[in-house]
Design a protein around this ligand. Structure first.
Ligand code: 0L1
Ligand code: MG
Length: 262
């Protein structure tokens, strides 16, 4: 680690204030070019502790930049990981207030809930498949706190991977009833198809993203507990939304998830 505790705490407060008060900031590596990966996750951890200290429950984990298209767009070869808090969860069909957000985008995500713990290193798709309780469709609303989306991966990790809101809905299914790789997803905004993809867009198999998450936590002496809700990462491109937009995402065999931005 290259940053001291005081700097990590200050950066966490800075980024969390930007999230909670919906203002944008410049990427933190501009002022801290020596920030390393451990520093970035340490800042994210402080943000999580700040929320939990105020009584917000951490209700799930997220994998980010897991689609080959998004990795290429960002010029990265590894995914990133974050968490979601209780207040980020929005009901299916609900109205999402854009006044609380900076420049939101939506992306379709195949989500899972685990029934057994997963611990890396050495976690793989087979272990993840055996640990899945059920699969549920979701939409993540990402909202990078960085001005004009000028960021790098370390700054994104510190900013809790742009986590902002999420909606789960549709129809939960047992994993044996699905082929997660060929599962088709169609994302519509205001009735128009904006993007479509299949589950294989996520690292070849959405369970591979969860295995990476378990291996990432394993390096830190942590595991994914049973009963964890996990968003495996955007299957589709992230699509910008504004007040007045309606989004509906159709998931093959899993129903649909919709929301309106006001
Ligand atoms: O959920 C994610 O894939 C994280 C995306 C982070 C970068 C962005 O805000 O576009
Ligand atoms: Mg995402």
């Amino acid at each position: 680690m290259n940053l001291d505790k005081n700097t990590i705490d200050k950066l966490a407060e800075h980024l969390e204030n930007a999230e909670l008060q919906a203002f944008d900031v410049t990427k933190i590596t501009d002022d801290h070019p020596d920030m390393d990966w451990e520093d970035a996750y340490a800042i994210q951890d402080v943000i999580r502790h700040r929320k939990e200290g105020r009584g917000n429950k951490t209700v799930g984990l997220k994998c980010g930049l897991t689609s080959f298209a998004k990795m290429k767009q960002m010029g990265v070869e590894v995914p990133c990981f974050g968490f979601v808090s209780d207040y980020m969860s929005c009901a299916e069909g609900s109205e999402i207030k854009t006044s609380e957000l900076i420049h939101p985008k939506v992306e379709a995500e195949i989500c899972i809930v685990t029934k057994a713990p997963l611990k890396g290193p050495g976690c793989h798709v087979g272990a993840v498949m055996a640990a899945i309780d059920f699969v549920i469709p979701g939409v993540e609303i990402i909202d990078s706190r960085y001005r004009d989306f000028k960021f790098d991966l370390k700054s994104v990790i510190a900013d809790n991977t742009s986590a902002s809101r999420f909606v789960v809905g549709g129809r939960p299914r047992n994993v044996e009833e699905l082929d997660l790789r060929t599962l088709g997803v169609v994302l519509e905004k205001n009735g128009q198809i904006m993007d479509m993809a299949t589950g294989a867009a996520v690292m070849g198999h959405p369970a591979a993203a969860v295995a990476e998450l378990a291996n990432h936590l394993g390096k830190r002496g942590q595991e994914i507990p049973a009963g964890t809700f996990i968003m495996t990462g955007g299957v589709t491109a992230a699509i910008a939304v504004e007040a007045g937009d309606s989004v509906n995402v159709r998931f093959q065999d899993l129903g649909s998830v919709s929301m309106r931005f006001v």
